[in-house]
Structure formats: structure tokens, C-alpha cells
Design a binder for this molecule. Structure first.
Ligand code: SF4
Length: 288
């Protein structure tokens, strides 16, 4: 067993312990820790916070909901290639509130590790960080093992609100720990290994590693994104979801629908434009 696999397996076997340690440390350092069940609850929390603090949100509650979904995609959605490992932070009202996703959480230091482009400076006033419960690592020194695995070379740490005399850091820090189906994954002997994933992207086509299969934490990645996509449960939220679910389960029909979507895409729909290449195209190219 490699060192990263060993550490991640140990974390999963002792998740309650490390989450409690993280909570205790971060709270003692002046931060707030909130436990929520999924992206919907994250969006509700953010909506309430912005309303209470009178922070204007361009695009309103719907934009907060979309951002919450981007920040909290869950391990399986990430491995299906549906979300970036390091989603962009949302900054509101000129630094009044920043909402980011964590790369790792460090239990012994009560610290949050952010990667990617996170502007420095004195702000924001309120920093909210969203993280899946599996992101915790036991010790600060474990970062030396895991940070080099990530594609990003920018790292920032938060250990609580700014203290007297400090020049940088938020005035308030809130960590939202999200379950988002992870407890069920943890209880499943066949699937719990997925929670070892540190989102390095090496197994995802079109990302760093271009679809290679050498997973640093010992997950069987052979065809993993495709496998998870085929196993995705059928949504039952009205005919549009049922139709989408049906199409998702028919690989050829799905590819054809994607081609049609790209060919007839209209900007005025106000939705994110589809990528130039389909997932399957990128996958095939990554395998060559
Ligand atoms: S290679 Fe392993 S750790 Fe990296 S994204 Fe894939 S499953 Fe996750």
C-alpha cells in the first residue's frame, strides 16, 4: 500500500474522530463549523446568510444555488467528469462575502487548505468554505504527501478569523462540512474506496494525466468515469429529468444528443455553453 493510500484509508476508518478534532480546533481558533446534508442545504444557508447580512447577490437565490452545486458536486459526480476539482470562488459585494471550496482540511491544525486562484489582500469580510467530509487529513505534515498530487500550484491556508495585529485574513470564517451522500458511500464496502479520491484528475480524460490509470490512492480507475456515468441513478423529478436520465443511459443516443446540442446551441438560452468536445470524444482521445 502506498503512503497516500494508507493515509486516506486511515482517515476513512476514523472519519468521526478527525472531523471532531478539526471542529474542536477550528472553533477554538474562532471559526464556525456547520454540518449540512447536501448542496440544497448549502444554498439555503447561503441565502439566509446573504439576507441577514444584507449582501446583494447578482442573479439572486438561483445563482447561489448554482454556485452551491458547483462547490459541492460529490465524489462520484466529480469522477463522472461533471465538475472541476477546484471550482472558482464566488465573491459578493466587493469583498463582503467570499464562498470557496476546500482542497483539504487539516484536523490537528484546525486548518483549511485552498488551492487555485484565491486573491490575497485583507479581505474578505466573511469567508465561507464548503468541503465534503472526506477532505480531512490527520496532520499538517500529510500535506507534503498530498499537495504535490494536485494540479494547482497556488495554496492558501485559513486557520480562523484574522487576529489582532494580523494584516491578512477574513473577519469571520465559516466552514460548511457537507455529507452529500458520503455516509452512504462510506457504508458501502464496494464503493467506499472512492472516498479516498483527492481529485488529482489523473484518471479523468482531458485533465492532467489525460485519462491515465495510475491512481495515487489506489482506486481502481480503469474506465471509472464511464462506469460511474453508466451506473448513475435515474432521476425522478418530472418528465424532463426522466427524459434526460433515459438519454444518459443510452451511450449512442447520449452522444447524438450532445452533437445536436452543440450544433444548435443559442447564447440567449442563458445557460453555460457546452464544451467543444464531448466527454466520450475526450475519453477516446485520452486513451490513444
Ligand atoms: S486518479 Fe485517483 S485520486 Fe486522482 S482523480 Fe482519479 S480516482 Fe481521484
Amino acid at each position: 500500500m502506498t503512503k497516500p493510500t494508507e493515509i486516506r484509508s486511515h482517515v476513512l476508518a476514523n472519519l468521526d474522530h478527525y472531523l471532531a478534532e478539526l471542529d474542536k480546533q477550528l472553533t477554538a481558533q474562532g471559526g464556525t463549523v456547520v454540518y449540512l446534508r447536501g448542496a440544497d442545504e448549502v444554498a439555503d444557508y447561503l441565502e439566509l446568510l446573504t439576507r441577514e447580512r444584507e449582501i446583494p447577490v447578482p442573479g439572486g437565490a438561483e445563482s447561489l444555488r448554482r454556485h452551491a452545486e458547483r462547490l459541492e458536486p460529490g465524489v462520484e459526480a466529480y469522477l463522472r467528469g461533471e465538475s472541476p476539482a477546484d471550482p472558482e470562488s464566488l465573491e459578493l459585494a466587493d469583498g463582503a462575502l467570499r464562498i470557496s471550496a476546500a482542497a483539504f482540511l487539516i484536523a490537528d491544525a484546525g486548518a483549511i487548505c485552498l488551492t487555485g486562484e484565491h486573491p490575497g489582500g485583507t479581505g474578505p469580510k466573511i469567508q465561507v468554505v464548503v468541503a465534503g467530509i472526506e477532505k480531512v487529513l490527520p496532520r499538517m505534515r500529510d500535506l507534503a504527501v498530498f499537495l504535490p498530487l494536485l494540479p494547482s500550484d497556488t495554496t492558501r491556508f485559513l486557520t480562523g478569523p484574522r487576529r489582532a495585529g494580523e494584516l491578512d485574513g477574513p473577519e469571520e470564517l465559516c466552514l460548511i462540512l457537507v455529507d452529500g451522500g458520503r455516509s452512504e458511500l462510506l457504508a458501502s464496502p464496494e464503493r467506499r474506496d472512492l472516498l479516498r479520491c483527492v481529485r488529482c484528475g489523473a484518471c479523468l480524460p482531458g485533465r492532467v494525466g489525460g485519462g491515465g490509470v495510475d491512481c495515487p490512492v489506489g482506486i481502481d480507475t480503469e474506465g471509472l468515469p464511464l462506469r460511474l456515468r453508466e451506473e448513475a441513478p435515474l432521476e425522478v423529478g418530472g418528465w424532463k429529468f426522466r427524459l434526460w436520465g433515459y438519454v444518459m443511459r443510452k451511450p449512442r443516443l447520449y452522444e447524438f444528443a450532445g452533437q445536436m446540442l452543440r450544433a444548435f446551441w443559442r447564447e440567449e438560452w442563458g445557460l453555460p455553453a457546452p464544451p467543444a468536445k464531448s466527454f466520450r470524444q475526450a475519453w477516446r482521445e485520452g486513451k490513444k
